[in-house]
Write a protein that binds this ligand. Structure first.
Ligand code: SF4
Length: 421
């Protein structure tokens, strides 16, 4: 949206009081994200002047556009996430009309529009960039509102993705993080077989100067032998895989309508660790899903202990209207959810510390992201941006470089080190 507005002559500012247009790109997939979006809208609506226009765009607007316009007076426009590319038209309409009624633009379309109007689907943070390869999701996960918000999975054309990767390369980006709701589903809708592996092979050949390509959000059951082989045979693809598993008990997974073949998980992780010995695996779990018994939760702890994930994130179940699991309600108390969350994270803290200690006395390559007062901070291949740990290095190394660091200290999530000789 920013790129489209920029082409039309708008300039961005991060000072709300200077802005003619205030746009909140909302998130609406779980309760805490909704609360944050609503708070941002309320704050801007309360402070805006009569000349300023406020637009609520994004996922929350797609799902609850009518409700937010009713509960937050002062919103001038509601733009659903499936038609973000119509932002300029929406802005023009709002600017040119006399009415103060909220303008709604949430057309009934089945998925996120593919007419991207030449917008680069990238978000650049320092020397890393997220690159979107698909949008929407066709999986049936019972707890998840994302298919309701985004619609069915739509893969972007490989040539667009590669062209954007080349653009990132020309900008000196060191790390490209491939994202979509389910990266392992890439290409099925545009006739590709093993689409993610095909895309990765083409990308590796096309952007040889991007040293790190990282894959997020793999769906269990769809990490194929070809994908493993592709990761194992190309050093540009970092030995890191994010595969949200959501639970470790078959019955909970069946209620979640998630892949429940835990044998596949064990075998695939084993196979991957043999093919890619330095592999770091990240996963995510939900605690407090409706009907999760003490024994199911205990099985989740055993599963985590067995599989020794390098990185682990956890969410407390968030009830979402209109999802398949909505009829199950939200019967598990907040206290139990918090308790289980703490237990799971404590278990993982021990595992994470041991995993980190394994790197003591070794050298890791670290993408330096900042430096100050004689200290540099960066990430190794084991750390995805924003969600994993960091490596803290003595001395000021050039930001944006991938530097060898000799590891001298291990904490629960972070490592410390000195520049390697
Ligand atoms: S794969 Fe992810 S985005 Fe798709 S329905 Fe399941 S949890 Fe939601």
């Amino acid at each position: 949206m920013e790129q489209l507005l920029d082409e039309t002559g708008y300039q961005s500012t991060d000072q709300p009081e200077e802005a003619q247009l205030l746009i909140v790109n909302t998130c609406g997939f779980i309760g805490p994200a909704r609360a944050e979006s609503i708070q941002a809208l309320q704050q801007l609506a309360a402070c805006k002047t009569s000349e300023q226009k406020l637009i609520a765009a994004g996922c929350l607007s797609q799902r609850y556009g009518n409700e937010i316009a009713k509960t937050i007076p002062g919103i001038d426009g509601i733009l659903g996430t499936r038609r973000w590319m119509d932002i300029v038209d929406v802005v023009d309409k709002i600017q040119s009309r006399k009415s103060s009624q909220t303008l709604y633009h949430i057309p009934e379309v089945p998925n996120v529009g593919q007419d991207e109007k030449g917008v680069l689907r990238v978000a650049i943070e320092g020397n890393s960039a997220y690159l979107k390869i698909a949008d929407g999701c066709r999986r049936p996960c019972a707890f998840c509102a994302i298919p309701l918000i985004k619609g069915a999975h739509i893969s972007r054309q490989p040539e667009h993705i590669i062209s954007e990767a080349k653009h990132l390369q020309s900008m000196g980006v060191q790390e490209v993080v491939l994202i979509s709701q389910d990266t392992t589903d890439y290409g099925h809708d545009i006739g590709m077989k093993n689409g993610l592996a095909q895309l990765l092979k083409e990308m590796v050949a096309s952007v040889p100067e991007i040293p790190w390509i990282r894959i997020m959000y793999a769906y269990p059951g769809y990490v194929t032998d070809e994908l493993i082989e592709t990761m194992a045979s190309h050093s540009q693809i970092v030995p890191y895989l994010d595969m949200p598993l959501q639970h470790g008990h078959r019955n909970t997974l069946l209620r979640m309508k998630r892949p429940a073949n835990l044998d596949w998980v064990h075998k695939t992780i084993h196979k991957m660790r043999i093919a890619i010995p330095e592999l770091a695996i990240r996963t995510t779990f939900i605690v407090g899903y409706p009907g999760e018994t003490d024994s199911e939760f205990g099985a989740l702890l055993d599963f985590v202990e067995d599989l020794q994930f390098d990185r682990l994130g956890a969410f407390q179940f968030s009830f979402e209207h209109d999802t398949t699991s909505a009829p199950l309600g939200d019967p598990i108390s907040q206290e139990i959810k918090e308790n289980r969350f703490e237990k799971l994270m404590q278990l993982q803290q021990n595992i994470s510390l041991q995993k980190n200690q394994h790197f003591l006395g070794k050298t890791l390559h670290v993408l330096i992201e900042g430096k100050e007062d004689g200290i540099s901070v960066g990430r190794s291949y084991r750390d995805a941006p924003e969600i994993d740990g960091t490596v803290i290095v003595e001395g000021e190394l050039p930001v944006g470089t991938i530097s060898p660091v000799y590891i001298t200290g291990a904490m629960t999530y972070d490592l410390t080190g000195v520049p390697a000789q």
